[in-house]
Every structure is written in structure tokens, then in C-alpha cells.
Design a binder for this molecule. Sequence first.
Ligand SMILES: Nc1ncnc2c1ncn2[C@@H]1O[C@H](COP(=O)(O)OP(=O)(O)OP(=O)(O)O)[C@@H](O)[C@H]1O
Length: 310
Amino acid sequence: MSDATIEVDGLRKRYGSTTALDGMTFTAVPGRVTGFVGPNGAGKSTTMRIILGLHTADAGRALVGGRPYRSLRCPLRHLGALLDASALHPARTGRNHLLWLAQSQGLGRRRVDEVIEQVGLVSASRRPAGGYSLGMRQRLGLAAALLADPPAIMLDEPFNGMDPEGIVWLRGLLRAQAGQGRAVLVSSHLMSELQGMADHLVVVGRGRVIADSSVADLIAAASGDRVRVRTGAPQPAAAALSTAGAQVTRADADVLAVRGLAAEQVVAVLTAGGLPFSELAPHRATLEEAYLDLTREAVEYRAAATGPAS
Ligand SMILES: Nc1ncnc2c1ncn2[C@@H]1O[C@H](COP(=O)(O)OP(=O)(O)OP(=O)(O)O)[C@@H](O)[C@H]1O
């Protein structure tokens, strides 16, 4: 197995009566951005903490390049991680924070200045990190993750607090890291952040993997055989299509989403009924729709477990 692979195998973890992980299993491989997504409490952060050896699993194992993180002599050279951007000494400047880390890994000042430039923190790097915005702290955490030029990078919600320009920048940076052959594992709540960036998604809920698939396959599966039809007569059109065996939902005032009939069959039914339509296209699901389809059950389970909000 390549040195950069992050491998999680059958992790189980309970906190008191809460099952945080229930057999979590997946692999993040080199050259790919793997999005790690799931609703609140799905177990993403717990998994990442176990990968870094910060928490101990009740069962299962987590390996970085085939070895437990805690057994690595210079761990930052194997896996760069950003879990909590606020874990900083507030009085220390960003640059000193990185210098201290660099020293612990036997790295020089030049590398510190390189990563400061890479993450766009040159003007802020000599100010105390306590005064940084969340977006700036994320950039500093990212600089720390990149510092030792590791073959694998793992980031927990790195887009939090970033402005739109920062989000575009970070997406580009992570794509470039994967393009250079690194394994990149990124957790997020927001599919919009991952669309166009992640190659692969590990979707989790209730402490286990719900889907582990390429982004293209997930979108194709969620798109199904649906057809979108724009029509000036939505009600009779819906009735005619239902009679022909389709499941029809109203996607907009004059748009129907039709499942169960191919596009040619939809055209035939509408034409036979003399029903007007102006647009007809295969429905292509967004990553957001694919994700919501997959995680609906996990979110409903949580809502039922917590009860209605008072
Ligand atoms: N230190 C802890 N003590 C007790 N329970 C914990 C602890 N850490 C996590 N949990 C619980 O374990 C479950 C998984 O939490 P975790 O933070 O890993 O989920 P997550 O997917 O990262 O969620 P989020 O997206 O909200 O960050 C949750 O029910 C959480 O309350």
C-alpha cells in the first residue's frame, strides 16, 4: 500500500451510551480528493481524532501509510491535519506558531515562510493569532498541515469561516494537492463546497458509511430516470403521465419531475393528449440532492431520537 493512503477499518467507538462509530470503514487514496460528509453527529470528527491517535477506538484500526499515526516518528511528514483551527496560543504570532511546529519536526525557517505565502497569510503572519478571524485561523491551520510536505492531508471542515473568495482558493489548493499525488481527506456539511472539487465521497450517518462512491456515480444514481418537463398545463399533464405509469412531482409552478418513463414516452403521452410543453430534459441531480437522498434516514433518526424542538 502506498505511503499516502489513509485507511479506516471497522472503527467502533462509544461515549457512554452514545455510539459515535459503528464499524466505520473507508480508504482515502493518493491523487484523489475524498469528501467525508454526513449530518451533525455522524462521526466524522471522531473518526479523524482516532486517525490522529487523539482518541482510542473500542475496536477496529486506523492506519496512515500502513502504520498507526502514533507509531510514526515524524508524523507531520506523513499526514498533515487540521482538526480545530482555534487550537492556537492566542498571544503567539502565526509565524511563531509555525516556527515552533517546524522546529519540532526538524524543519527550517524557509519552509515556514513558504507555507505562509502559500496560504496567503504574509501580511498577518507577524500578528498574534488570537486576533485572527476564523478564516485566517483556518489558513494558519492549513499552513501547519502543509508544513512538512506530507503525502496525505486531512482537514475537518476547513471551509468554515472562509469567505467566497477563500472557498474558491481553498478548493483550487486542495485539487492541486491531489493533482500532485497526495491523498486529501476533507470533511464538510456543505455539498456546494465539494461539488467540482471532490473526486470521491464517503457519506456517513450514525457512525457508519452509507455510500462510498465516485461523485459522478452518486449524481448518476440520484438523477435516476427522471425527466423534467415545462408545461403550461401542469395538472392535466401530470394526470396523463400518472395514468401512463409515471410518478410525477411538481418541481416548480410549470415544471414537472417525471420518474418511471423515458423522455420519448413522456413526449408520446403529452402529444397524444394534446398537452403543450416547451422544455423537456433529463433531470441531472445536484450533489446536494444526492446527499440529501442518502442521508435522509440518518437525519430523521436523529430528529426522532431528540424529539420535536420545544
Ligand atoms: N468527547 C465526546 N464525549 C461524548 N460524546 C461525544 C464526544 N465526541 C463525540 N461525541 C458524540 O459522538 C457522536 C459523533 O460525533 P462527531 O463529532 O464525531 O460527529 P461529526 O460527524 O463530526 O458531527 P459534526 O458534523 O456536528 O461535527 C455524536 O453523537 C457526539 O455527540
